[in-house]
Design a protein around this ligand. Structure first.
Ligand code: NI
Length: 178
């Protein structure tokens, strides 16, 4: 049984807690499989590009990334449709940063400008416990850093470049139209 879960929004103390690593003996388990299915379904229903387990109230180091609506992100998402990232470790590969306007399903209808390291090394396992170790750049690096921050109890609004570069999408869109 799959289920769309409720996404916690900013203000929920759960979003500020640190998630626990998934232990080896839970890799490939039915419980983990069900969690990931729910996360995919919840992310797709909310039209997001990424979702971290704490956003649905589960304090485990699990992230899903991807979009069924690939049309919309065709020019930005460089990887395969869906990725499961468990127990990630991110190491910056250079000091150079790059800024993007970010949004978050836990901070709905808003966006803010954040600068992050442009190039990272990410080590993680998938739901079967298979190990990965890759150098990642571009928009993917932004998404992974954003999602992995959730596992540390951090939100993008903690890292705003400038408090003025933040607001409701509708207001920012109006402003940019003028
Ligand atoms: Ni987020």
């Amino acid at each position: 049984m799959m289920a769309i879960r409720k996404i916690l929004r900013i203000g929920s103390p759960v979003l500020r807690q640190v998630s626990q690593p998934v232990p080896d003996n839970e890799m490939g388990s039915k419980e983990l499989k069900n969690l990931i299915k729910d996360m995919h379904q919840t992310m797709n229903a909310a039209n997001g590009v990424g979702l971290a387990a704490p956003q649905i109230g589960v304090l485990k180091q699990v992230v899903v990334v991807g979009q069924s609506d690939t049309e919309r992100y065709a020019d930005t998402i460089e990887r395969s449709e869906y990725m499961v990232i468990i127990n990630p470790k991110i190491t910056p590969q250079e000091n150079e940063v790059r800024g993007y306007w970010e949004g978050c399903l836990s901070v709905p209808d808003m966006r803010g400008y954040v600068e992050r390291v442009r190039k990272i090394r990410m080590q993680w396992v998938d739901q079967h416990g298979t190990k990965f170790d890759e150098i990642i750049e571009g928009f993917d690096a932004v998404v992974y850093q954003h999602e992995c921050d959730h596992l540390k109890g951090e939100l993008y609004i903690d890292k705003l470049k400038d408090p003025l570069l933040f607001g409701f999408n509708e207001e920012l869109d109006d402003e940019q139209d003028e």
